[in-house]
Each structure stands twice: as structure tokens, then as C-alpha cells.
Design a protein around this ligand. Structure first.
Ligand SMILES: Nc1nc2c(ncn2[C@@H]2O[C@H](COP(=O)(O)OP(=O)(O)OP(=O)(O)O)[C@@H](O)[C@H]2O)c(=O)[nH]1
Length: 316
């Protein structure tokens, strides 16, 4: 045996504006679908972790809800959550998509990262240029310089700048190595094979939210919260000899802010809500590996985004 490399383990956090490709990159790094993705910004409200497990390191990924300029209490809560998450990780990956110029949103996030990078126990930040498959080499080179300039203009230093494409798998392995290099020495944090510690309820809520927003995103921008009330096994199901999976009753409440939004979700004669149920049920059955009966309720919780009690009830 040659000399042993130390085993490393720790946390990495992906930050960046909405829609820059954090979920997709998390999935590419982990190599398995862990985060529920959306074609629209700001739907990943919960911290989702995936684990990159190699012989000599274990890298636990935390996908953040995204840093936004706080507009509502919900926004502020999210920012606090993000800040708390950030101060606890070993390395931050700041995602800046190659196909978009660096803008105020990126500068805002860089401003939030600055104190972490300059603190007593500085957190290294790796600038990750995502979606690099969308631009040509010249544009990519230009963007890499702009990313470098962003740090310089704030008297900061990225630990590295890594262009990647989660789509094509370009440089994903390199990024893994760069992030792992910043982890402290330590044993595995999670047992082998455990790829996500995301509670099932959060994933179920995301699936229902996705289905409910399908086609009506513009009408229901950020006014929809989903809460999984209970998951219970239907009595007498699943423990017979037929080998059929058990039947689970899944009760879910969708909270909207206005009566008119309730109408949008439910649709004429309840038609839309039935569609939502059908679409969500498919994903949930796959997730749970069981047949389910999905019971959806729609409630109006006025101004829930601004009400701390309501927020708490919904797990924010
Ligand atoms: N071409 C290309 N598209 C990508 C890549 N990564 C992500 N996308 C697309 O960019 C969009 C946003 O990706 P997400 O992974 O959902 O972005 P996100 O940053 O997690 O978004 P939020 O959850 O809103 O914060 C999706 O339509 C992806 O398919 C990439 O490497 N190449």
C-alpha cells in the first residue's frame, strides 16, 4: 500500500439567483435525482441535500432556496435560513450562468457572501459558471473574466472559478474534486447509500406544488404554499398475501392568499383540482413505492407570506 490519502467529509452549499441551475447541478453532482426541479424560479423553498460519496470523501450538498432581495416576510425568513446555512458549510458554490450577464442580483448575493469570505473562519467560495453549453468559447472566456472582475471589484477572491454544464456533464467531476478539496478531514457523515435526508413530506409538497402551478404560474406567482397533513396506511391494505403494495391515504392542503386564487386551483366544477391530483399522484406513488389515495384541500390563508404564525405552521 502507498501512502494513505486522508478521508474528508463536509458540507457544500449551492447559492445563486433563481433559475441559474442549482437543482440541475445538484443532481448532476450526486448522479441521482434528489431535488424536485421546476422550470420556473423560486419554487425550491426547502433546503435539499444530496450526497456525493467517493472512496476518499463524502460531500454533502445543500441546495438553497436562493437568495432574494427580501420583499415580504417570507423573503426575509428565507434569507435568514440561507445565511444560517451558509455560515455552517465548509465551502460555498456560487452559481453564475454563462448565458446571462452579471447583474444586480449576482452583486447582491456576492455582497451577502463577502462577510463569510472575510470572516475569522473564512468560508471558501468557488464561483461556478453554470450552463456553459449555452455559449461559445469566446463568450465563456468573457464571462469568466467578468466573474473574476466581480470578486476584484469587491476586494474578494474566489477560491476557484469553474465552468460547468450540468446538461452535458462538462467539468462536473472537476467541480466535485474542487469542492471536496475544501472539506476538512473526517469520517463519513451519512451511512453508505443514503442519498438524501429530505423528508418525504417535503418532496410530496413539492410534487403537489408543481402540479398545482402547471399552466397557471403567472396567475399564482408565489402565493401558493403546500402542507402535507398526514400520510396513513389504509387499514387492512398491503399486509395480505396478494403482494400488492399497501394503500396510503395522503392528505394535503394547498394554501392560497385570495378567494380568486382558490377558484383558479379548483377550476370549473373541480376539474382542475382533479387534474392536479392525477398529476401529483403519479409522482408521489413513484416516490413512496405505494399506491396512494391523494386527498387535496384548498384553503385561503390571507397574507400568509406576511404572517409569522402561518409561516411557522407551514414549516418555514
Ligand atoms: N442548457 C442548460 N440548461 C440548464 C443547465 N442547468 C440547468 N439548466 C436549465 O435551467 C433551468 C433552471 O434550472 P434549475 O436547476 O431548476 O435552477 P435552480 O437554480 O435550481 O432554480 P431555483 O430552484 O428556482 O432556484 C431549467 O430549465 C434547467 O433545465 C445546463 O447546464 N445547461
Amino acid at each position: 500500500m502507498t501512502h494513505e490519502t486522508p478521508h474528508r467529509s463536509g458540507f457544500a452549499c449551492l447559492v445563486g439567483r433563481p433559475n441559474v441551475g442549482k437543482s440541475t447541478l445538484t443532481n448532476a453532482l450526486v448522479g441521482e435525482k434528489v431535488a424536485i426541479m421546476s422550470a420556473r424560479p423560486q419554487t425550491t423553498r426547502h433546503t435539499i441535500r444530496g450526497i456525493v460519496h467517493r472512496e476518499d470523501f463524502q460531500l454533502v450538498l445543500v441546495d438553497t432556496p436562493g437568495l432574494h432581495r427580501p420583499r415580504t416576510l417570507l423573503g426575509e425568513r428565507l434569507n435568514t435560513l440561507v445565511q444560517d446555512t451558509l455560515s455552517e458549510v465548509d465551502v460555498v458554490a456560487f452559481c453564475l450562468p454563462a448565458d446571462q450577464k452579471i447583474g444586480p442580483g449576482d452583486k447582491y448575493i456576492a455582497g451577502k457572501l463577502a462577510p463569510l469570505m472575510q470572516g475569522r473562519r473564512p468560508v471558501p467560495v468557488v464561483a461556478v459558471v453554470t450552463k456553459s453549453d449555452l455559449v461559445d468559447r469566446a463568450r465563456l472566456a468573457e464571462h469568466l473574466m467578468a466573474v473574476d472582475q466581480l470578486a476584484r471589484s469587491m476586494d474578494l477572491d474566489w477560491s476557484a472559478i469553474v465552468p460547468v454544464s450540468a446538461r452535458g456533464g462538462f467539468q462536473v467531476e472537476e467541480l466535485t474534486e474542487v469542492l471536496a478539496a475544501h472539506l476538512p478531514e473526517g469520517p463519513d457523515l451519512y451511512p453508505d447509500g443514503e442519498l438524501t435526508d429530505e423528508p418525504e413530506e417535503v418532496m410530496i409538497a413539492e410534487l403537489v406544488r408543481e402540479a398545482a402551478l402547471e399552466g397557471v404560474r403567472d396567475e399564482l406567482p408565489h402565493s401558493l404554499a403546500v402542507s402535507v397533513e398526514e400520510i396513513v396506511a389504509r387499514e387492512g391494505s398491503g399486509n395480505d398475501t396478494s403482494g400488492r403494495p399497501p394503500l396510503l391515504d395522503v392528505r394535503v392542503t394547498l394554501f392560497v392568499e385570495r378567494q380568486s386564487q382558490k377558484g383558479i386551483i379548483i377550476g370549473r366544477g373541480g376539474a382542475r383540482l382533479r387534474e392536479v391530483g392525477t398529476a401529483a399522484r403519479e409522482g408521489i406513488e413513484k416516490l413512496l413505492g405505494a399506491r396512494i389515495y391523494l386527498d387535496l384541500h384548498v384553503k385561503v390563508a390571507k397574507d400568509w407570506q406576511r404572517d409569522p404564525k402561518q409561516l411557522q405552521r407551514m414549516g418555514f
